[in-house]
Design a protein around this ligand. Sequence first.
Ligand code: NAD
Length: 484
Amino acid sequence: METKKMWIGGKWVDADSGKTFDVLNPTTEEVLGTVPLGGKSDVDKAVAAARKAFPIWSKKPQTERSDIVAKLGRIMRENIPELIKLETTEHGSPIENASFMANWSSELVEFAAATSRTLMGHQLPATADTLFYILREPVGVCALITPWNAPIMMIAAKLAPALAVGNTCVIKPPSINSLIGLKFAEMLEQLDLPAGTVNIVTGPGGGVGSVLAAHPDVDLINFTGSSETGKIIMSAASSTVKRVVTELGGKNPFIVFEDADVEAASECAVHCLYHNGGQSCASPGRFYVHEKLYDQFAQKVVEKTKRFIVGDPSDPKTAIGPVASGEHKKSVEEYIQSGIDEGATLLYGGRKPVAPLDKGYFVMPAIFTNVTQNMKIAREEIFGPVAVILKFSKEEEAIAYANDSRYGLCASVWTRDTAKGIALANDIQAGTVWVNNHMRLSGETPWGGVKESGVGKESGVFGMLEFTTLKLMGVTLPAPPPAK
Ligand code: NAD
């Protein structure tokens, strides 16, 4: 086990305080590594380095920047075995999911490298004597603050587009996944980047993230995490009117109408629910099922859940690993208890794990029925392997329930009548709505919520545009010479 350093100004450094903290393996609760405990002065150095690098990096030809980002994609591909190992040991991802995350992250980087070469400006036909055109410029120094639920992918999804269009960056990885954050530094070190173009500062949200959010020399915050932290960041960022892109929490409705294919819906339901142990922002947080299909759907979810093996994530048979931390395990367990206390029926699971899973942060899947709209488990984001199944009788009622939430991240509707599905989907307040699928995304698709689920988009071309500023140019043309 080694003690790592942070990456600031193109150098490996300790925290100014000299302090460190341990990163744990959520499966064994053992220490995996030790990393610097960054603080304000470290953030100041990282931001100053990014500021100094900005005029150099942003003035590079687009082809050169895109080539460098493409090389990062290749290096990530070469490092996939190590990325999988880190995602498994530091986040507890089962191997299949870890492999998906490592490959998808590389794909996002490749996508950004290619797409950044295609961004175009516009000419505006406004007045005859002035040429108006729009430039897309990099925003400047970007603080990228990422959550623990998809540690590799979240860094890749932000870093690649930010860098490709000419920004410089300070990354603040989640404390519990600092080793993954610093693995990016190792890969970035192999690129021909001006010193300080990307900096990685490890440390807690309160000590590093909050300093970045309020920092006068940071131009943009791109944050993914909880709605509560998002609000604090937006407020801190307002002091210097920074651009803020926030991808926040969700409590995503999955609505099964009377004419749905229950088999397809329940199969998709369990896959999405247990993917990443339920720790996905897009995970279905509330199942609304028509009363005629309710018992059948719930029974199918129970039967299918039995296929998902909970265990050591390094075992290829495992489908659900531990949740990411002891603190998060406690939170999910409290939600399960609140469902019981508020009178929902615990139809399946939810009991404390037994040996050997009593060590590590394991939470057994739980399936609740007879849930009502005002119960805590129906309103708050649980972020664990917990199915919350509610009943409805009329289509309008289901849509009203779906919209009765402070969140608006994503939703899905299930019906054999696709035209009806599209019409109902139009009435749902969410950044993404699927008809007869859930969580289907790719590098091309933009992602982002409405309401308290966030502001702005990540991924795809729209996500890349968030890292650019539109500048209007108006050039008055010389008067044409008088006709002879
Ligand atoms: P979190 O808000 O606790 O932390 C996210 C990041 O912010 C971490 O790096 C943390 O250290 C940092 N942070 C904490 N306090 C801060 C502060 N005061 N100032 C600045 N930074 C601070 O979130 P989490 O628990 O790591 O992640 C889970 C949450 O993320 C869930 O709500 C989930 O829905 C959400 N999420 C959303 C999306 C999306 O795309 N909408 C994707 C993934 C996760």
